[in-house]
Design a protein around this ligand. Sequence first.
Ligand code: A2P
Length: 345
Amino acid sequence: MKKFKVAVVGATGAVGREMMRMLEVRDFPVGEIIPLASLRSEGTKVVFRGKEVAVKNLENFAAALPSGAPALALFSAGGDISKQYAPKFAAAGCFVVDNSSAFRMDARVPLVVPEVNPDDLAADKKIIANPNCSTIQMVVALNPLHLAAKIRRVIVATYQSVSGAGGRAIEELLAQTKALAEGKPVPPPSKFAYQIALNLIPQIDVFLDNGYTKEEMKMVNETKKIMRDESIELSATCVRVPVIRSHSEAVWVEFEKDISPEAARDILRKSPGVEVVDDPAAKKYPMPLDAENKQVTYVGRIRRDISSSAKKSLTFWIVSDNLLKGAALNAVEIAETLLKKKFLV
Ligand code: A2P
């Protein structure tokens, strides 16, 4: 089988590291790996398939393009870096799977969750956007139910782990938690606006004119694009919680047709990328600690929404590892789909 030259932009970051690990554990046909980051990290070693590889400076690497161009680049170094460099990589003939929000709502750019809309990929669409972490795990669970009973309206509240804000956010939570446990003064927040240890912050990203945050509107707009249905009405409240890894979501979903909790459970059990954990009598339901490092999206607490008498609403709980399905895994699955469709050749 042909092997490809693959670059990971942001290879020293929380998601970039997982991208390298997913390429490895899923046995993606990598002939050469090129870890890229800022000048700060130049020469730092990262490990791929048991071997140390030196991190290169993105700026220098990009300046030499198209010489040395990889066939595939996975980007996770923030929106500004993506805007600046992804088009350069694409112009050099490289498929770019971009984890930032830079291109997600660009009509020319496919926004893909392989379980939902693999057919949005095309041979000539070199930049592909990886959706927002909270959106990915939600649509993996919503899409099969949408196909069965057509969704009208979704209300979601998220419980998002700190790793979604990057490696330094994890350090901040750990340092604050340690100080609290030792009865020492809590180090001041820097990555978050407030102390996150023993707290919740009902703001992720900046506020917009409509009172929602950018993160909340990403869930609204990206869901419609991925599920190719502008008629779905959505409202989200996104909350940062003192959890290291995995995002959780409470969702209320109104359908056009009647759908029972049993039918929804059956559909979800057969759906790709989903695992149903739903046995309240045995205290079995998805939790972030259990989802850590897992490559599936867990759904549980599936029940009728008693606020609606029409028997057309369900409420349930979705948990997935935000660094994996919410980022690195979905990016690698997009790359796998490019291979399967013979776009990446
Ligand atoms: P570096 O470690 O050299 O700063 P996280 O999301 O965990 O904070 O990680 C962000 C990633 O993006 C890191 O790999 C970081 O590299 C990378 N990055 C940040 N700024 C730049 C830049 N100007 N050029 C290249 N990579 C960058």
